[in-house]
Every structure is written in structure tokens, then in C-alpha cells.
Ligand binder design. Structure first.
Ligand code: EPU
Length: 428
């Protein structure tokens, strides 16, 4: 398995990085292609393993998919198999987002339960409850969700759904189901993430009537069967990738990095916290510029659903706090087990004390290189970022996780002057 080798230095990062298309926007949009026949084209798609997994899933179901980054083309094949097997779902939990569109389009679906994952139990009860409210019958059988439309495979009915908590993929799954349901659906306490808003744009392009995507109440009037059209669309920029490079830039005094094509409005919570930490972050047209001229100040953060501080930036922000002048508190409220970077950071000399869902971080003058690994994508990214300033060499193993979410990570960092390389076939 490959590893990423980082040689830390005090040399600032300088230069420009092009932000890739958003993984977490592209995945639901690819699932939305199931709602229509004809040929859809998705542009600005990042070259990532999760995209390949989704393509494999769509192919398994009978779609004709060509991935040629940054473009993905999806066309209807001859046969449809409304089924997502465990082998694919276990590689990527987001696969569960085929459930809504399959059920809405074909009146039935068989989708493997994703099971737990490194960052928490991550149930899908909210997805299932909402589909039941729309008239679906759902049973669980040997690790699979077996779902059927009303009266043995009929059309879903629009419904009012109140989510117990805002769930990103849950909201997306149900938006897709509602896009072909009979009548109007109202989704209350919806997730407000930019990726949800983006899916709303796609469903409108296809011919559904969606309003309120990006707010906590989304209304959807379903299209008639067969009425949704294929689409051609360029995916929004990846706010988490942009945020990760913003933190990487902030690690060194003297850095001056421009994130090309980053969406300022999607990054406000992070920008505010970085500014409080003493980092200069400015909006320059369609770019974001990050400069650091002094010490990092400690800042407390608590993760929250959008527009709060994103859980997907918690690990990276913690790394910045590891080199701050003083003590900060990082609280994780979204996932119960999203601190697996902490023991690895401790091995690099960080001073972090865990108390339940809170990490108390005492800034240290320096970090030290080590062999580290994490089983969560963002935790892995945070270790690479820590390696940028650690003394000597850091080897981040299980790069497999990084390849799920960061396109050309090492070449983008190299372009900023970092000493980062991929080591082929390193020990797993
Ligand atoms: N939850 C439930 N029941 C449900 C659904 C969710 O209890 O039916 C809970 C979860 O266990 C969690 C909370 O609700 O405690 C929020 O989870 P959510 O459903 O919003 O997460 P997700 O949709 O599975 C997406 C992103 C994650 C990101 C989270 C939170 C995609 C494909 N994934 O996951 O991205 O961390 O939202 O913002 O959009 C990543 O990219 O590294 C990543 C993990």
C-alpha cells in the first residue's frame, strides 16, 4: 500500500492551488442520474476513489458509466438491477444514497446496510423513516434494506418529514425520492450544507420543483414518472479540500497561498476561526488568499451542522491548534468517535488530552516526524498537514483513505514548496 512521506520544514508555503470539484457534491449528483434515462454529463468531477466506487455501483445496476476526470458520463444501459451490494457499499457509505432514487424510479430497491465505520456508528434510521412516511415498506434482511413502494412497488407519495437531526446524505436521499413522488414533500430540519443546495439545483435542472435547498425546510413537488430529464452540470468547488489547504498554509509563518476557485460563502465558519487564530484570510475575486505573519493564537472550536464549523475540518484545525501559543478546546458534536488523529498526533509530540467529545490542546513549540496512520479520510489529511512542520520525516500510511477525498494531494502540496512524495508499496 502506498504512503505519503512528508519532510517537515519551517519554509513557508507559497503559491497557488486550484480547488477541485466537491466529492460530497458529486456523489449524490451521480446517484441522481438514476432518476432519468438519457445521457447525463457531470463536469469538474475530482479524480478520486469514491467517484470510481460510485461509477462501479452504477455500472452494477446496469448503467453505462465513463469516468474520464474531470468528466463523468452516465447513460441508461439496457437493463436495471435496483440493487447495491455489500461489496461496494462497505467501500463507501455514501452508496446508501441510491436507495431513494431507486425506490422512487423503480418501486423497489435492495441496498446493503453500510455498517459502522471508523468515525462512529452512523445509522440510517432517518433515511428509512422518511421513506416509510412516503409510503414505502421496508424490511431488513441479512444485512440488506429491502424496500418497496406502496401496494407492492407503486409510486411513492409526497409527505411531510421531520428529521430528528440534520443529516446530509439523509436529506439528499429523501430529496431524490421526493423528486419522483406523487405530490409535494416538505422536509423539515433538513441539512443546510452547500452540497444539499447543489443537489437541489440538479433536481430543478432535471425538472422537479425544489425550493428551500440550503435552508432547513425544503419543499419538493415531484415530477410525473418518466418526466425527469438528464443534465449537464459542473460540480461546485470542494470546500473541505480548500479548507485543508488553508490550514496547511497557516502552519508556517510567512506563507502566502491562494486557493483558486474556492467558494468564500461556504467557508465562513472556518475563515472566522482562522482569523481569530491570527491568520490573514481574504477574499480575492473567486479566490481565497491565506497569509500568516505571526504566531498562532489558541481558539476554541465546536463542530456543528452547516453553517457551523464543519466536522470535516475538525482534525485539520486541531493540528493548527497543536502549534498555537496556548491552550484551546476542540469539541466534536457530530460524530462520536472522530478523534482517531489524536493518538497519532500525540506520537508526533502534540499535547492533546481527550475528555469524551472534547480535546484540550496545549500548543507545543515543535512537532516531530513519525510513522502514523488513520482510518478516516480527514484524520489522514490532518497528519499530512502536521508533517509539514514536524522535525524530520513523517510517513502517513494507509494512503488509501486520502485517495478517497484528495485529488493530487502530493502534487498540489509540492507546487506550494512542500517536500511531500508518494512512496509506492510502503508497509500498510
Ligand atoms: N445520523 C443518524 N441517523 C441517520 C443519519 C445520520 O443518527 O439516519 C447521525 C450520524 O450518525 C451523525 C449525524 O447524524 O452523528 C450527522 O450525520 P450525517 O448523516 O449528516 O452524515 P453523512 O451524511 O453520513 C456527510 C458527509 C461526511 C460529513 C457529514 C457531516 C457525504 C458523502 N458525507 O455524511 O463527509 O462528515 O456529512 O457533515 O456527504 C468526509 O467527506 O470525510 C465525510 C465523512
Amino acid at each position: 500500500m502506498d504512503a505519503i512521506r512528508v519532510r517537515g520544514s519551517q519554509k513557508p508555503l507559497v503559491g497557488r492551488v486550484q480547488v477541485s470539484g466537491a466529492k460530497n457534491a458529486a456523489l449524490p449528483i451521480l446517484c441522481a442520474t438514476l432518476l432519468s434515462d438519457g445521457a447525463s454529463k457531470l463536469r469538474n468531477v475530482p479524480k478520486l476513489r469514491d467517484i470510481d466506487t460510485t461509477a462501479a455501483l452504477l455500472r452494477f445496476m446496469g448503467r453505462d458509466v465513463t469516468v474520464s476526470a474531470p468528466e463523468v458520463n452516465v447513460a441508461a444501459g439496457s437493463d436495471v438491477r435496483p440493487e447495491a451490494p455489500y461489496e461496494l457499499v462497505k467501500q463507501m457509505r455514501a452508496s446508501v444514497m441510491v436507495l431513494g432514487p431507486l425506490l422512487a424510479r423503480f418501486g423497489r430497491a435492495k441496498v446493503s446496510l453500510p455498517g459502522g465505520c471508523a468515525i462512529g456508528a452512523r445509522p440510517i434510521d432517518q433515511h428509512l423513516k422518511a421513506l416509510e412516511a412516503m409510503g414505502a415498506t421496508i424490511r431488513l434482511d441479512r444485512g440488506y434494506v429491502i424496500a418497496e413502494g406502496p401496494n407492492g412497488g407503486g409510486r411513492l407519495r409526497g409527505a411531510e418529514v421531520v428529521f430528528d437531526l440534520p443529516t446530509v446524505t439523509g436529506t439528499e436521499n429523501i430529496m431524490m425520492a421526493a423528486a419522483l413522488a406523487k405530490g409535494k414533500s416538505v422536509l423539515v430540519n433538513s441539512a443546510r450544507e452547500p452540497e444539499v443546495e447543489e443537489l437541489g439545483r440538479i433536481l430543478n435542472k432535471m425538472g422537479a420543483q425544489v425550493s428551500g435547498a440550503g435552508t432547513d425546510v425544503i419543499e419538493i413537488v415531484g415530477a410525473e414518472p418518466g418526466a425527469l430529464a438528464p443534465f449537464d452540470h459542473a460540480v461546485i468547488p470542494d470546500r473541505i479540500e480548500a479548507g485543508t489547504y488553508m490550514i496547511a498554509a497557516a502552519m508556517h509563518e510567512g506563507s502566502d497561498v491562494v486557493l483558486e476557485g474556492a467558494e468564500w460563502d461556504d467557508l465562513e465558519a472556518l475563515v472566522m476561526k482562522m482569523r481569530m487564530a491570527g491568520v490573514q484570510v481574504t477574499s480575492e475575486g473567486r479566490d481565497i488568499r491565506v497569509r500568516r505573519t505571526g504566531d498562532i493564537k489558541p481558539v476554541n472550536v465546536t463542530t456543528a451542522p452547516h453553517p457551523g464549523f464543519p466536522t470535516d475540518m475538525q482534525a485539520q484545525f486541531m493540528v493548527l491548534m497543536c502549534i498555537a501559543k496556548g491552550e484551546s478546546v476542540v469539541t466534536e458534536t457530530i460524530f462520536e468517535n472522530r478523534f482517531m488523529h489524536v493518538p497519532e498526533l500525540q506520537r508526533m509530540g502534540a499535547s492533546v488530552a481527550l475528555r469524551g467529545n472534547t480535546a484540550v490542546v496545549q500548543g507545543v513549540p515543535r512537532l516531530y516526524g513519525a510513522s502514523v496512520m488513520a482510518t478516516d479520510l480527514r484524520a489522514s489529511a490532518s497528519l499530512v498537514v502536521a508533517g509539514l512542520v514536524a522535525e524530520d520525516e513523517t510517513e502517513v500510511r494507509r494512503v488509501y483513505h486520502l485517495d478517497r477525498g484528495y485529488e493530487h494531494l502530493e502534487t498540489k502540496l509540492q507546487a506550494l514548496g512542500a517536500d511531500v512524495a508518494r512512496v509506492k508499496g510502503a508497509e500498510g
